[in-house]
Design a protein around this ligand. Structure first.
Ligand SMILES: [Zn+2]
Length: 161
């Protein structure tokens, strides 16, 4: 079947930046499985998956607008250390997760570490980057009602989160 909204798509990918430098890939781990149309992955990759089927391989270039957005200058914040797990291990340039007031988490880049506060860049580490994906579709199937209700794919053998 061809991938469409509410399909579960399993795939491997390699991600490189504009210069062809590798950023990450899924080949050393389990394939990624997503519920198409639920925003599990960046919009540019989601639209490139639509209409594909198992065995398809393709390359897609995704602009920042279709990925993690443009970088915003001065999008920084001074945050008390207590909001970081493992604050004592952080160094400038490192990427870490920061808990936000609504209880979710966001990726930030550490800029400067003070006595009791840490300055962070709130831009997503991949903001402003054009991303090149090489994708191999492994499987496309119809999502279960439970998966659609949850807004994500479940592993084989049921609910595992
Ligand atoms: Zn679930």
């Amino acid at each position: 079947m061809k991938a469409e909204t509410n399909s579960v798509v399993s795939f491997h990918y390699s991600l490189t930046d504009e210069a062809g430098e590798p950023i990450e890939n899924s080949h050393e781990r389990e394939p990624m499985s997503i519920l198409l149309g639920a925003g599990n992955i960046i919009p540019g990759l989601e639209s490139a998956m639509t209409g594909r089927e198992a065995g398809d391989r393709f390359d897609v270039t995704v602009t920042p607008e279709q990925a993690y957005g443009e970088r915003r200058d001065g999008f920084t914040q001074r945050v008390p250390k207590k909001y970081f797990e493992l604050a004592q291990r952080l160094k400038p340039g490192m990427t870490t997760l920061l808990k936000t007031q609504d209880g979710s988490q966001r990726m930030v880049v550490v800029m400067k570490i003070g006595q009791s506060v840490i300055d962070v860049d709130l831009n997503h580490p991949m903001a402003g980057k054009t991303l090149n994906f090489a994708v191999e579709i492994l499987d496309v199937r119809v999502a279960s009602e439970e998966e659609i209700a949850h807004g994500h794919a479940h592993a084989e053998g049921g609910h595992q989160h």
